[in-house]
Design a protein around this ligand. Structure first.
Ligand code: HEC
Ligand code: HEC
Ligand code: HEC
Length: 132
């Protein structure tokens, strides 16, 4: 009986590990967001913290809106995504981060958060495009 319970426990532990490996997309804690290769950056790069945003109770899919839970995380500026230069185009790289009408974008969500009373969500250029 004892060994049987032990075997079951080992099997469950094994399955849990395999399960984690499959769903195991881990977010890097801190990263620098940069313009994609080929696009000349006019503004300083932007630091981004997954840890801080996880504390806001945000789901991965709020930002990684093409992610299905198992696929690879695509970069915002991947070909076919927000890969257009300029500002106006709906699929422009710029708009992915500054569309004030979409809460998937940095500025859009921060503006909404500010409106709701959270003064810690930055909305001015300098606060995100931090000088190195
Ligand atoms: C909430 C954060 C945030 C705010 C506020 C913000 N940006 Fe950005 N911006 C980003 C992110 C993230 C990127 C993409 C990563 C990168 O290019 O470094 C970006 C990219 C850009 C780009 C394209 C890349 C480049 O460097 O040329 C421009 C231009 C830009 N921002 C201008 C501005 C201006 C002007 C303002 C103020 C009106 C502003 N941003 C406010 C986060 C922000
Ligand atoms: C507030 C928005 C936001 C949330 C929430 C978020 N991420 Fe991200 N994540 C980003 C941005 C922005 C990038 C950079 C994308 C790029 O490079 O174009 C990124 C990049 C990544 C990368 C790629 C890192 C690399 O170096 O290529 C992984 C993996 C990732 N996130 C996992 C997660 C997971 C898992 C969660 C949920 C637990 C999550 N993210 C939640 C915004 C977010
Ligand atoms: C869906 C909502 C949401 C999105 C999308 C989002 N943020 Fe935020 N972010 C927040 C909130 C809420 C805070 C305020 C955190 C607090 O209360 O401490 C915040 C805070 C920040 C801060 C301030 C950190 C500090 O040290 O105080 C930075 C920088 C930041 N976000 C960058 C970004 C960038 C860059 C993006 C886009 C790649 C982004 N955020 C996307 C909700 C969001």
């Amino acid at each position: 009986m004892r060994t049987r319970i032990f075997q079951i426990a080992v099997t469950i532990a094994f399955l849990l590990c395999v399960g984690n490996a499959y769903a195991g997309t881990t977010a890097p804690a801190d990263m620098m967001l940069v313009a994609p290769a080929g696009m000349q950056a006019r503004k300083p790069d932007v630091p981004f913290s997954h840890t801080l945003h996880a504390k806001q109770g945000l789901e991965c899919k709020t930002c990684h809106h093409t992610w299905n839970g198992a696929s690879e995380m695509r970069k915002c500026g991947s070909p076919g995504c927000h890969d257009q230069p300029g500002k106006k185009d709906g699929m422009s790289f710029y708009k992915a981060f500054h569309d004030s009408r979409s809460e998937k974008s940095c500025v859009g969500c921060h503006k909404a958060a500010k409106k709701a009373g959270n003064i810690k969500a930055p909305t001015s250029c300098r606060q995100c495009h931090v000088k190195k």
